[in-house]
Design a binder for this molecule. Structure first.
Ligand SMILES: Nc1ncnc2c1ncn2[C@@H]1O[C@H](COP(=O)(O)OP(=O)(O)OP(=O)(O)O)[C@@H](O)[C@H]1O
Ligand SMILES: [Mg+2]
Length: 321
């Protein structure tokens, strides 16, 4: 990201804020961990109704329309951790762009807290696959970015940045520049930056795809720990079914052509979660299998339409992993 892009970002976000100069609520870090038994009682925060997204493609003089998402309906509750899985090209990143307000639906509505999304704003934080850190800013200054836009005072910004860097295990690295960190550390900075300005909603697009397996597991646990403490609403896209199940309260499975929600699977695993024993438990693996089946049935279904319409494809727990 260049200095010009940073200035553009500042400009893009600032008029949309509609929020008073904000002080980060560091008390959130001191709250009890999340143990709520009945998350379905939380109010709906994000509501997507009959939404479609069409790309208009210029081919010389010809204009083509490509419907990336259609008949899309989804509700996400306040404080919920939802993961989304689906085949490549099914519209996951398109969906996150829409939620971020970086693009707009052709039809339908996207409501956050009852308000139509009209553009980017600081009620939503975005963590992308690339770390997208500002290379000329120190780690601490990267984390302070959203707070600067919110016009939070300097001392408070420092305090918030430090608190979130401590939370992601980067104490002592505050004055480093991004190039001096490993991939996993950069991703932690991106997470600290997204949480530091206290957005209501965290949108994460395959944030751990570029790190090694061990770091990924650590980051998953860290993210869960932060979520349990801050009660943020998180929508997290991943290609890893295991990751989707480990992190989420519900996994949304998407189909492609055009992209839509196929099924939402409840994850009834206890909170808090620790990967070790949980990931090797039969129940965890049964849920992973269930999501895998849901994802792969769609490919089977496409085949069966022409081959054998009567194949039984119910999930049988006895034959699960
Ligand atoms: N700017 C664009 N113009 C035209 N078509 C686009 C554009 N961006 C995405 N698409 C198309 O929309 C569809 C959905 O793309 P999207 O990037 O949302 O998929 P995805 O589910 O995130 O895939 P992946 O898992 O590979 O990241 C794809 O068919 C893609 O080719
Ligand atoms: Mg994508």
């Amino acid at each position: 990201m260049s200095a010009n892009q940073e200035a553009a970002l500042q400009k893009e976000y600032s008029p949309q804020l509609g929020q008073p100069p904000g002080q980060p609520n560091l008390n959130l870090l001191k709250t009890e961990t999340r143990t709520q038994e009945n998350p379905e009682e939380d109010p709906v925060l994000i509501k997507i109704e009959n939404m479609s997204r069409v790309y208009h493609i210029n081919r010389g003089r010809k204009k083509e329309r490509f419907t990336a998402i259609q008949d899309f309906n989804l509700e996400v509750r306040q404080g919920e951790f939802m993961t989304i899985v689906g085949p490549s090209g099914c519209g996951k990143s398109t969906l996150l762009d829409l939620l971020a307000g970086l693009s707009f639906p052709e039809t339908g509505h996207i409501l956050i807290g009852g308000q139509e999304v009209k553009g980017p704003a600081l009620d939503r934080g975005f963590v992308m696959q690339g770390y997208a850190l500002f290379p000329w800013r120190t780690i601490s200054k990267n984390v302070e970015f959203g707070l600067e836009i919110k016009k939070t005072g300097k001392a408070e910004r420092r305090r918030a940045a430090q608190a979130y860097l401590d939370l992601v295990g980067l104490t002592g690295f505050e004055n480093r520049l991004p190039y001096e960190l490993s991939g996993g550390m950069k991703q932690r900075v991106a997470i600290a930056r997204a949480f530091a300005f206290e957005p209501q909603v965290l949108l994460m697009d395959e944030p751990f795809a570029a790190v090694d397996a061990q770091t990924r597991e650590l980051l998953q646990e860290e993210l869960l720990r932060i979520w349990e403490k801050t009660h943020k609403t998180i929508i997290f896209i991943t290609h890893s079914i295991e990751e989707a199940v480990f992190l989420a309260q519900r996994v949304a499975v998407m189909t492609s052509n055009p992209g839509t929600i196929k099924e939402i699977i409840d994850i009834d695993l206890p909170i808090p979660r620790k990967s070790g024993d949980l990931k090797s438990s039969p129940h965890f693996n049964w849920i992973v299998h269930k999501v895998w089946k849901s994802l792969h049935n769609q490919e089977d279904e496409e085949l069966r339409e022409t081959e054998n319409p009567d194949i039984e494809n119910e999930i049988d727990p006895d034959t699960a992993l």
